[in-house]
Design a binder for this molecule. Structure first.
Ligand SMILES: N[C@@H](CCC(=O)N[C@@H](CS)C(=O)NCC(=O)O)C(=O)O
Length: 291
């Protein structure tokens, strides 16, 4: 169907602050901080500032997997509420000039190192601990192939399909068709690969699985955009089997809870500073429902 009032772009685009989309209040065409706000610093070498969106979950899953495997990867995870504009605070912009979660401050060496972009954080930690990324050779390259596939592909799923299917002020067929088609093509890429391989790369669970699972695994499990039926995710059976296998890992279950500020209160560990927080500091324990 054609839009009854077709949009004719003006000569020069201007910022319409009232465009009505779900994220209209936080999206802006200007980079940089909007307000002065330092970041808190905890006692561990790794300071993560994030939220449990798929991009955030990749990193908390890796931290929990490293701890589960016995590495000394203790971390403080602080909540960045992107709906309230925390990503535009001066302290956050200092560690990520792109104002997007996740961002990490690594205090484990002589000088603090800032790390932004989720794949950069995954690589940084995997290399530091020598885990979940082969050190060299063809398996390393294949792991990075799939890690960067995820980084290049997910904006079509999230910023494209998810935005127009779930968040735009109205449903428009053209963008939904375009991005549903691309998302299904991507699911088919994964399904064909996982029909022949247990894991994304190198015959072992890696940061490529973590990154892809956070988006496409959770999509297959029906957790993103209420779109499981619309995209017929059940038909990608190899993706679904792989997604369930990863979902069953204790570290993944913990990683999903960290910096989560939505959903069941018992699933929300808004800040994480110690392994015991999963037992004692979930939102149902901090704010028991009024009787
Ligand atoms: N390529 C970035 C994308 C990060 C990203 O898009 N983060 C979103 C949440 S999933 C965000 O912080 N959005 C806040 C905003 O756009 O203002 C990465 O992988 O780290």
């Amino acid at each position: 169907m054609t839009d009854p009032t077709p949009y004719i772009p003006p000569k020069v685009w201007t910022w319409d602050q009232e465009n009505g989309g779900q994220f209209a209040s936080i999206n802006r065409p200007i980079a940089g901080a909007t307000h002065d706000k330092g970041l808190p610093v905890g006692q561990h070498p790794y300071q993560l500032h994030s939220l449990a969106t798929p991009n955030g979950v990749k990193v908390t899953v890796l931290f929990e997997e490293l701890l589960e495997a016995g590495h000394d990867a203790e971390y403080d995870a602080w909540l960045i509420n992107i709906g309230e504009g925390d990503q535009f605070g001066s302290g956050f912009v200092d560690i990520n000039p792109n104002s997007k979660i996740p961002a990490l401050l690594d205090l484990s060496g002589d000088t603090p190192v800032r790390v932004f972009e989720s794949a950069s954080i995954l690589m940084h930690l995997a290399e530091k601990f020598g885990a979940f990324l082969p050190a060299s050779g063809a398996d390393r390259t294949e792991t990075l192939n799939w890690l960067f596939w995820q980084m290049g592909s997910a904006p079509y799923l999230g910023g494209g399909f998810g935005h127009f299917y779930a968040y735009a002020p109205e449903k428009w067929q053209y963008p939904i068709d375009r991005f549903a088609m691309e998302t299904k093509r991507q699911l088919d890429v994964l399904d064909r690969h996982l029909a022949e391989n247990a894991w994304m790369a190198g015959g072992a669970y890696s940061i490529a699985d973590m990154a892809i699972w956070a988006w496409y695994g959770q999509l297959a499990l029906g957790r993103l955009y209420s779109a499981a039926e619309f995209l017929d995710v059940a038909s990608y059976s190899h993706v679904l089997d792989w997604a369930k296998r990863i979902d069953g890992r204790p570290a993944v279950q913990r990683g999903r809870m960290v910096n989560r500020a939505f959903g069941e209160p018992s699933s929300q560990l808004r800040e994480r500073h110690a392994a015991s927080d999963f037992r004692t500091r979930t939102q149902d324990k901090l704010e028991p429902a009024a009787e």
